[in-house]
Design a protein around this ligand. Structure first.
Ligand SMILES: NC(=O)C1=CN([C@@H]2O[C@H](COP(=O)(O)OP(=O)(O)OC[C@H]3O[C@@H](n4cnc5c(N)ncnc54)[C@H](O)[C@@H]3O)[C@@H](O)[C@H]2O)C=CC1
Ligand SMILES: O=C(O)[C@H]1O[C@H](OP(=O)(O)OP(=O)(O)OC[C@H]2O[C@@H](n3ccc(=O)[nH]c3=O)[C@H](O)[C@@H]2O)[C@H](O)[C@@H](O)[C@@H]1O
Length: 433
């Protein structure tokens, strides 16, 4: 079975590597020449724990290849996975330009029957549109279209791919569904087969539900602060109920990343297009927008104004173990701080290079936590990297002008903080003064 993966971002590269690892021959195609050159040398274009050794291993075993020559790859393919980006358009809907280009590229090259599997997150109805495009553009061959949405998380993408909860296969054609199920069977993950539209909806509904859990717990955290309850205790107590589940109840400064923000907006837009006002989801988005500004509010309340205050930003990526800056809360926080004329010194263990191209030019970068904290009036923790969680708390006292921490990710136990002369304000917990 010749498998081709189109697009080698987080999803495409991980999919290609994983499919090669379970024994398939996989060619990964990307239009980005520089990326492909690096991958050919075994260098991953994304920071993702565990990916490079797996990449190299499968390249050495002659199962994994990289190319910009899509046409040749598509000609030989039995199955083609599309994993190109579907970013947000200005109106919140999904931009299908890259996807449609990939469809045109495939249609103009294939010479034999092939199954095209859509991994990219696409609005309901898109796979049927892709099928119609193939019928028009490549009438000489039979192209079956299968929806196979992806549920991996950045930072644990390899683990998620090999230990996912389910593989969703949406297909109209039983034969195509069976082939795709066979390809994935070595993962040993439950396969859920359904129709195409339901598969497309499962992806958006899953992300929207997880985002809802986060906004819900953040609202509870905001109330906890006012009534003197502790969100960590509340979430632990709630999570023990299996119907609720313990995961995705971590209160913080809101969700970011390349998917929750765009997919929640896209689903609200899908609903609006059929005259359904998805009020709940709109509130989830609004709560998240407000939550991302939470530390700024706390700091303004504490200091009165932030002009001239030196603020250390710890953590810039939207979550730990990734260098992805897309929709990271740090973007909102840094912009606001700069607008308030604060002096912003930022540090992130991995995302600093990417951050430099997207954060305001006024931001100063430190090469260590210690350097960022040096003489700072306050620190804001935006990403719960282990480096911060495991930091000896005396470092704050030693380095800062005034050891005041606004922790947007509840990295420390209140009892540990109390052992030091630190002022600490986190999310949904009593401040320590
Ligand atoms: N990033 C994530 O954690 C997840 C993403 N998804 C979805 O998967 C899709 C891909 O997301 P990412 O991997 O983050 O995207 P990405 O933006 O990191 O990568 C997309 C890649 O596709 C390439 N590309 C674009 N047009 C092409 C073409 N015509 N031919 C060949 N290559 C082409 C680009 O050069 C780029 O390398 C999106 O729909 C996203 O919503 C789904 C689950 C998880
Ligand atoms: O469609 C996608 O792209 C992916 O989106 C998310 O994955 P990802 O964005 O990589 O990361 P998550 O671990 O879900 O975190 C997203 C954001 O939510 C925040 N979060 C997460 C969990 C939580 O309890 N609290 C919380 O604030 C994180 O800090 C982060 O900013 C989903 O978890 C994946 O299943 C999905 O495949």
């Amino acid at each position: 079975m010749n498998i081709v993966v189109v697009g080698t971002g987080y999803v495409g590269l991980v999919t290609g590597v994983a499919l090669a690892h379970i024994g398939h021959r996989v060619v990964c195609v990307d239009v980005d020449e520089e990326k492909v050159e690096r991958m050919k040398r075994g260098i991953s274009p994304i920071y993702e724990p565990g990916i490079e050794p797996l990449m190299k291993k499968n390249m050495e075993a002659n199962r994994l290849f990289f190319t910009t020559d899509g046409a040749s790859a598509y000609r030989e393919a039995d199955v083609i996975y599309i994993a190109v980006g579907t970013p947000e358009k200005e109106d919140g809907s999904a931009n299908l330009t890259y996807l449609k280009q990939a469809v045109k590229d495939i249609a103009s090259s294939v010479t034999k029957d092939v199954i095209v599997v859509t991994k990219s997150t696409v609005p309901v109805g898109t796979n049927h549109e892709i099928k119609r495009m193939f019928e028009q553009l490549a009438p000489h061959v039979r192209i079956e279209v299968v929806s196979n949405p992806e549920f991996l998380r950045e930072g644990s993408a390899i683990h998620d791919t090999f230990h996912g909860d389910r593989i969703v296969i949406g297909a109209d054609d039983e034969r195509a569904a069976a082939i795709i199920a066979d390809i994935h069977r070595p993962f040993g993950i439950p396969i859920f087969q359904t129709d195409i539209r339901s598969a497309e909806m499962i992806k958006y509904a899953s992300n929207a539900f997880l985002a809802t859990k986060i906004s819900f717990i953040n609202e509870i955290a905001n109330i906890c602060e006012k009534v003197g309850a502790d969100i960590e205790q509340v979430a632990a107590g709630m999570g023990m109920d299996e119907r609720i589940g313990a995961s995705f109840l971590r209160a913080g400064i809101g969700y970011g990343g390349s998917c929750f923000p765009k997919d929640t907006k896209a689903l609200a837009k899908i609903a609006a297009n059929i005259d359904h006002d998805f009020e709940l989801l709109k509130a989830v988005i609004e709560v998240n927008n407000k939550q991302q500004r939470k530390l700024i509010e706390k700091a303004k309340k504490r200091f009165g104004h932030l002009a001239g205050k030196k603020i250390a930003l710890l953590g810039l990526s939207f979550k730990p173990n990734t260098d992805d800056m897309r929709e990271a809360p740090s973007l909102v926080v840094a912009r606001e701080l700069v607008a308030e004329q604060a002096i912003v010194v930022a540090y992130d263990p991995i995302a600093m290079n990417k951050a430099k191209s997207v954060l305001p030019k006024e931001v100063i970068y430190a090469s260590s936590v210690e350097e960022a904290l040096k003489d700072a009036d306050a620190a804001m923790i935006l990403t719960e990297w282990d480096e911060f969680r495991q930091l000896d708390l005396s470092v704050y006292v030693k380095q800062m002008k005034t050891p005041i921490i606004f922790d947007g990710r509840n990295c420390y136990a209140l009892d540990d903080i109390k052992k030091y002369d630190i002022e600490y304000d986190s999310i949904g917990r009593k401040p320590v003064k």
